[in-house]
Design a protein around this ligand. Structure first.
Ligand SMILES: Nc1nc2c(ncn2[C@@H]2O[C@H](COP(=O)(O)OP(=O)(O)OP(=O)(O)O)[C@@H](O)[C@H]2O)c(=O)[nH]1
Ligand SMILES: [Mg+2]
Length: 333
């Protein structure tokens, strides 16, 4: 009989050590990859194709089940509507990782921002899985909108889907299982059903992969530096054209044209962020250059790294790794 890993959902097998789902002993409940991640923090990248994820979304669309659409507040994807186009189900939009944004920002402001983004949902809940913030509220909201026993958790990779299910299990059930979580993308490899109670089964899914996210292109030491663990202390710079800001070894933004301005960087506190005179600074000039015309109160977002809030109109040149994506949006904060 087929047996699936309780950590990541992959089909277990004991024949090929190089293939997904390998375990030394079929009596085990988890694969070797999950065992290593859970016990030694040894992370092994596994890339999933988005075609497979779209098939999962389509299968959800064939049900009447409620969907939790989880997003990471620091890394809101440019394509927030992508997932919604495949699922007509009722959706609760869940804004996770509240803890990394400054406390001074009101939840209502984040909720209003999402309302204005035009995505269709029943309700919006701001949570922090890490800090156990609003998890009770989320459960109440799930119960309010649930029409069947099953509730799916979807979203991009790394937004904290499996962490949230683990938190719900810990808070409200005696179910001893725990899903594998990690700071790398594509930790969960398949759908996994978990019973929270007699009336609620949560279904974890792998995430939609953002190939342009910086976390795909850095080593583990850099990943730890980039991934904020604590509340971000934003760094504000009064800036004139001809100056630039360098974000550690990962990005540089040059102020090309515009009035005296203010740039605020929201990124992990572990990153070195400094202002330079652009003509005398050669740092990161060999990276990919993207030019943006930024409007009044807009953010330049660097996928997976954070964002720069710009107050007045500006022409900027952004330098990043060739694979890393970026975009401009109206200011989140
Ligand atoms: N700061 C913070 N980190 C969180 C929170 N929730 C999850 N994380 C972290 O986010 C990372 C990804 O968590 P996972 O639960 O593996 O994310 P996922 O969405 O299941 O990812 P995939 O299975 O790869 O699609 C881990 O490093 C978690 O510790 C949160 O509320 N705050
Ligand atoms: Mg997961």
């Amino acid at each position: 009989m087929d047996k699936y890993c309780t950590g990541c959902g992959v089909l277990l097998q004991d024949e090929n050590v190089y293939q997904e789902g390998y375990t030394t002993d079929m009596a085990n409940d988890i694969c070797q990859r999950c065992f290593r991640m859970k016990n030694y923090g040894e992370y092994q990248v596994s890339t999933k194709s988005n075609e497979e994820y779209i098939e999962i979304l389509k299968s959800i669309n064939e049900t009447k089940d409620l969907v939790l659409y989880l997003v990471d507040l620091l890394n809101l994807d440019k394509d927030i509507h992508f997932i919604r186009q495949y699922i007509q189900n009722k959706v609760i939009l869940v804004l996770n990782k509240r803890d990394v944004l400054p406390k001074s920002i009101k939840d209502e402001k984040l909720i209003q921002y999402m309302k204005d983004s035009g995505i269709d949902y029943e309700d919006i809940v701001v949570i922090s899985t890490e800090k156990n913030y609003n998890i009770d509220l989320l459960l109440t909201t799930i119960k309010k909108y649930q029409t069947t026993r099953r509730v799916y958790v979807v979203g991009h990779t790394n937004v904290g889907k499996s962490s949230l299910i683990n938190k719900l299990l810990k808070n409200y059930s005696n179910n001893p299982n725990s899903l594998t979580i990690s700071p790398l993308p594509s930790t969960t490899l398949n759908k996994i059903e978990i019973d929270l109670s007699d009336t609620l089964t949560l279904i974890d899914t792998p995430g939609l992969v953002d190939r342009e996210n910086i976390i795909n292109y850095v080593d583990f030491a850099s990943l730890k530096k980039i991934n904020p663990k604590k509340e971000i202390k934003p760094k504000t710079f009064q800036i004139r054209k001809g100056q630039c800001i360098v974000i550690d070894e990962f990005a540089r933004i040059d102020y090309i044209e515009g009035e005296k301005n203010s740039f605020t960087v929201f990124a992990s506190n572990h990153l070195k962020i400094k202002k330079y005179n652009a003509s005398r600074c050669m740092l990161l000039k060999d990276k990919k250059k993207t030019s943006y015309d930024v409007g009044y109160h807009e953010d330049v977002v660097i996928n997976g790294l954070g964002f720069i809030k710009i107050v007045s109109k500006a022409k900027v040149d952004l330098y990043t790794d060739v694979n890393v994506g970026s975009y401009v949006r109206r200011s989140l904060i």
